[in-house]
Design a protein around this ligand. Sequence first.
Ligand code: NDP
Length: 289
Amino acid sequence: MAGTGIETVVVDGLGLARGKRAQMAEEIEKLTADGSRPPCLAVVLVGDDPASASYIKGKRRACKRVGFDSVEHNPPATSSEAEVLALIDQLNRDDGIDGILVQLPLPDAIDPNVVAAAIDPAKDVDGVGPVNAGRLVMGEDGYFACTPLGILEILDHHQIEISGADAVVIGRSMIVGKPISLLLQRRNATVTMCHSRTRDLAEHCRRADILVAATGRPRMIPPDWIKPGAAVIDVGVTEVDGELVGDVDFEGVQGIAGIVTPHRRGVGPMTITMLLHNTLEAWKARSRA
Ligand code: NDP
């Protein structure tokens, strides 16, 4: 936008993620120098959805690069809920497993909330179960959803003042909208949670010092909804005509936003990094137990 004098900083989520992963790799090398086993993440993919398979591959590759082990379980799409729960039970009991991640979406016959509740809270490194969600609400320590944790890392890295800030979150899912709202509130932001029934979304957005968009509605946030200098975190990723697009008009907010995450190499790499972080913390907690 002409005349604002703002030079928007495009967040390098991949660079930030690489830095944190390098630190983790160094830490794990030291911690396993005595021959103890490295952290191990179990990933469960029910069925063969290609997008889910590719996410799982990325997560396992990230584990390997930092020196973690990972194991994959791939029951067929026809599996019953009871069969998936039996697998979760087996992983809960396995002393060689520190974290369990069940890739979503699950086939229609399987209730994701039932599966999430079955994961041992001490291994729930994706922060999807009711115990960790409850800890988040109660202000206690726990394993919290990875995308919101990555967003906080991004804000902190860019020294965005959270305390006292007006934060507006669009979206109220259990994996992004709800947990990031609670985490920002814990850091003393004044948080407004918006969703598809919110009246006058534009007005809410215009007073946001921190705007988190997690709707999956391509480019639904135009430049004139952005407060000059705001930190704009675009979580949304949607494929449109073979191209990935965010919720925010990325080009349009240049010169208005203080910082903005690109829809590629923005929030995504930090999500995986915080999964590794949670797995490392779970491993440390188990080693101490
Ligand atoms: P959900 O579909 O679970 O939630 C979308 C939310 O957006 C809902 O709360 C919905 O409101 C709200 N919403 C939809 N349309 C509008 C609208 N027109 N105005 C205001 N609010 C609206 O999505 P997720 O939270 O799972 O994911 C959101 C996006 O983030 C997706 O594009 C997903 O791919 C991406 N994502 C990216 C990640 C990453 O690491 N980069 C990680 C996780 C997600 P209501 O509740 O009223 O229906």
